[in-house]
Design a protein around this ligand. Structure first.
Ligand code: NAI
Length: 361
């Protein structure tokens, strides 16, 4: 089996542009299944080292996510170190897009935290290696697709753990009410779940309360609330060994990348009988959407003969359920963590070079 230790990346670019004061990291973890694909995050990092670590971790996660989703893409991620401006300037985006061009399609980007459709469209004026543009109503903002995929995965995990086929009366705690968390609330409430939600931004909690009648709590109160399911939808690393040891839930299923601080946290959850739906399995809805938008733009989407793209994407997202169930069953049978099983399956897929027929150049 292929040996892929952490941070065995193919290529990492650390770039700075003096004129626009732009600093960015572009991490290409693997191009074995196709171009390294993964969003561009703009975040206020403490220093360049923290940004590099984030890009390395996130790009490795994209390799696993894209491989398990059966996409003809490898894994990559870029991060921009946010300056004092609330949004990146058009000049900064043009410089970043120029860097993409230098990589000649080896890395393909899309939206992530701090970078929306407007930024992608701006970069697309300079570079063709950008997706999530939403031209002609296809694709665009990946967040709603991510939220729907997380909902599908959450329901599957609940069915596995609690033996119920519906979410009626199931108590779900949503941490983070951004683009994905808010949209997840929509699906959960519609399915009859009892949702308690939080965000460090009180305005988001107010909005969720008004729109979906969820119970809003402060950021420190959520983990103390009575929940069947914890859905982390803010940032990564929320489940360390200590949280894993005391978390009183049956299921963890959310959107945030890298929810487990390390592999031990996943093992502790498994030992305690908490069903963890691996983040990179259930949050793939967004990349499924932008990947197909990208292939379509380039005339490389070959499966549209009797399928609309939207339907194809919808079917792929619904397939998250089968993929997750297989992982949960294998983990239960072998007494290992679900995260460990999912990583093994993804690495095997990469090693075998198993790609989708609609392979990108
Ligand atoms: P976002 O930036 O729109 O929302 C994040 C929200 O979390 C914000 O409202 C923020 O105030 C809140 N937050 C931050 N720290 C918090 C804390 N400690 N407690 C409570 N709330 C906190 O981001 P988005 O797009 O909703 O993504 C959420 C997570 O899902 C991120 O980890 C992202 O990497 C991941 N993800 C997103 C995808 C997408 O399509 N947008 C795709 C796959 C993963």
């Amino acid at each position: 089996m292929m040996n892929m230790p952490p941070f065995a990346h193919e290529r990492v670019e650390i770039r700075h542009d003096e004129a626009t004061n732009l600093t960015a990291i572009i991490a290409m973890h693997s191009t074995r299944l196709g171009p390294a694909a993964g969003g561009c995050r703009r975040w206020r990092y403490a220093d360049v080292g923290e940004a590099i670590t984030d890009a390395l971790r996130l790009s490795e996660g994209m390799t696993l996510k894209n491989a398990l989703a059966g996409l003809p893409f490898g894994g990559g991620k870029s991060v921009i170190l946010a300056d004092d401006q609330p949004r990146p300037t058009a000049e900064q985006l043009a410089v970043f897009a120029g860097w993409l061009n230098e990589l000649n399609g080896r890395y393909v980007t899309a939206e992530d935290v701090g970078m929306g459709v407007a930024e992608m469209r701006s970069m697309a004026a300079t570079s063709p290696y950008v997706s999530g543009l939403g031209a002609d109503g296809i694709g665009g903002d990946p967040s709603p697709k991510t939220a729907y995929g997380v909902f599908v995965g959450l329901k599957t995990a609940v069915q596995f753990a609690l033996g119920v086929e519906h979410l009626h009366g199931v108590r779900v705690g949503v941490q983070g009410l951004g683009a994905v968390g808010m949209s997840l609330c929509h699906w959960l409430v519609r399915a009859g779940a009892e949702v308690t939600a939080t965000d460090i931004n009180p305005a988001r909690v107010r909005e969720a309360r008004e729109r979906y009648r969820v119970r809003g709590v402060g950021p420190d109160e959520l983990l103390k609330a009575e929940m069947d399911v914890f859905a982390p939808c803010a940032l990564g690393g929320v489940i360390d060994d200590e949280v894993a040891s005391i978390l009183e839930v049956r299921v963890v299923a959310g959107a945030a990348n890298n929810q487990l601080l390390d592999a031990t946290a996943g093992e502790i959850l498994a030992e305690r009988g908490v069903v963890y739906a691996p983040d990179f399995v259930i949050n793939a809805g967004g990349v499924i959407s932008v990947a197909h938008e990208y292939l379509l733009q380039r005339g490389q989407f070959t499966e549209t003969v009797d399928h609309s793209v939207e339907r194809w994407v919808g079917e792929r997202i619904d397939a998250i359920s089968h993929r997750l169930l297989d992982i949960l069953q294998q983990a239960a049978a072998s007494g290992t963590s679900t995260d460990g099983v999912a990583r093994r399956l993804a690495r095997e897929a990469v090693a075998a070079g198993r790609a989708n027929p609609a392979r990108a150049a």
